[in-house]
Design a protein around this ligand. Structure first.
Ligand SMILES: [Ca+2]
Ligand SMILES: [Ca+2]
Length: 455
């Protein structure tokens, strides 16, 4: 039996706190400071290793996986459905140390047992291309059994295990780790910190995402991105197990608008307090007005279907936009060769024809940017008094760009005598709304060009 000795590795796994890390980072590397990995040898082949605790010595034995019943899983939901009886999925042959090498693969569900408190099971996983690593551990449904999940990387030059990332929720809570990884050898460790279940296995899956958002890794509460009072984020779901956590500190009670916009509606938005007590669930593509007590909130966005994959979504918690908000129109493009500001004798206004794009920026009365806020721009054509409007959303800088097409012809009720020609036009209103509130606009009048005639 081949053995690898790693002294004090168990000590590394004594993650000190289950409380939310206020510094918003995993920073688990510091846990390795006092640990001296005396000897780490790679075996000649990539084999599954199971670590067993013997006082201060951790022995790593070779084991392998029975993949005869391996199941491909695309989403967490599928895994839940297929793991009704996990014993029917592939099991590790935990007693057999003679079986040949095996390398973990992404997308397959593995199950294994812990048979004594404090046991650590370790699995080697080779990353063959850079990307985002996600490991999801479905733990035992028990209030007295607590397993945690850790990822180490083997430093090939020093033979030391480093770059620890941990997920250390309490009993009965599934664990999840995300990590941006380079090519190399990683170790996934499942550790019993309290109790064990020698009959019911835990299950885990590895996902590899070649592309991912700049907000990653943010798959657990220790990796949540931090915000104060308001939040605006653009993110993607990069695999079916991806979850996106945010941490929002609201310093005084206030009404806020919560809005997640996405092409797919197959997401779930959950709010928790920092003790992970569930507070509420919201749906995407709905504007919610919520009175938040002052406090700290953990927010989780979970995909419910693979049609969310790699689709950008925008999620925000923002102050409501009121009628005191100010829209600054920066430009209005138009077809018909009439684009630009002119003065036909009633002031200098943007001239338009039938198809226009109104560009501007929306700010709240206190000067803060109105982010992810609905903006409706409307013009009223003189002929038949028809309203033409369209709605969009501001971006993270409060900017909007709203196109209105097929406004149609102007009546030409007004005329402007030029030296060579006479221009006929209408004077029409431009209105800007956010939701149901009309806001102040830097431009409220347009010249709607009809035609010109040579004098
Ligand atoms: Ca745990
Ligand atoms: Ca994520």
């Amino acid at each position: 039996m081949k053995k690898i000795i790693m002294a004090s590795l168990v000590a590394v796994l004594m993650i000190p706190s289950l409380a939310f890390a206020s510094d918003n980072s995993t920073s688990s590397n510091t846990l390795l400071t006092d640990v001296n990995i005396q000897e780490v040898k790679k075996t000649e082949d990539n084999e599954i290793k199971v670590i067993e605790k013997k006082s201060n010595i951790v022995e790593v034995e070779q084991r392998t996986l029975d993949t005869s019943n391996a199941i491909n899983i695309n989403t967490k939901k599928e895994m839940e459905e297929k793991l009704v009886n996990p014993l029917k999925t592939n099991r590790m042959q935990s007693e057999d140390s003679q079986i040949s090498s095996y390398s973990l693969s992404p997308d397959l569900v593995y199950t294994d047992l812990i048979t004594e408190e404090g046991q650590v099971n370790a699995y080697e996983y080779t990353v063959t291309s850079p990307g985002k690593l996600t490991v999801y551990l479905e733990t035992i449904a028990s209030t007295s059994v607590d397993y945690n999940l850790h990822v180490f990387k083997l430093n090939e030059s020093t033979n030391e295990l480093e770059e620890q990332v941990s997920s250390t929720y309490g009993p009965g809570v599934h664990e999840q780790i995300s990590k941006i990884v380079e090519v190399g050898t990683y170790y996934i460790l499942v550790q019993s910190v309290q109790g064990f279940d020698a009959v019911n296995p835990y299950a885990f899956i590895i996902k590899h995402s070649a592309t991912y958002s700049e907000n990653e890794p943010n798959d657990n509460i220790w990796q949540a991105n931090s915000y104060t009072n308001t939040l605006y984020t653009r993110d993607t779901i990069d695999n079916g197990f991806d979850t996106d956590w945010s941490y929002l500190n609201i310093t005084s009670s206030k009404e806020l608008i919560v809005n997640m916009r996405s092409l797919s509606s197959n997401y779930q938005i959950d709010f928790f307090d920092t003790n992970l007590n569930y507070l509420l669930t919201l749906n995407p593509n709905v504007n919610y007005s919520i009175n938040f007590p002052a406090g700290q909130y953990l927010i989780r966005i979970t995909p419910l279907s693979t049609d969310t994959l790699n689709q950008e979504y925008v999620f925000s918690v923002q102050e409501p936009v009121t009628s005191t908000a100010n829209a600054t129109i920066t430009s209005i493009t138009s077809d018909g060769g009439v684009q630009g500001k002119v003065d036909y004798g009633y002031g200098r206004y943007w001239r338009i024809k039938s198809n226009i794009t109104v560009n501007g920026q929306l700010k709240n009365a206190n000067g803060t940017l109105a982010k992810n806020a609905p903006v409706t721009v409307a013009v009223v054509r003189t002929i038949n008094n028809t309203v033409h409007s369209n709605t969009g959303y501001t971006d993270g800088s409060g900017n909007f760009s709203i196109s209105i097409n097929n406004i149609g012809p102007a009546a030409g009720n007004y005329s402007f005598y030029n030296i060579s020609s006479t221009h006929y036009y209408d004077i029409i209103p431009l209105l800007v709304f956010s939701g149901n509130n009309e806001v102040n606009s830097s431009e409220s009048i347009l010249y709607h060009f009809a035609y010109s005639m040579y004098n």
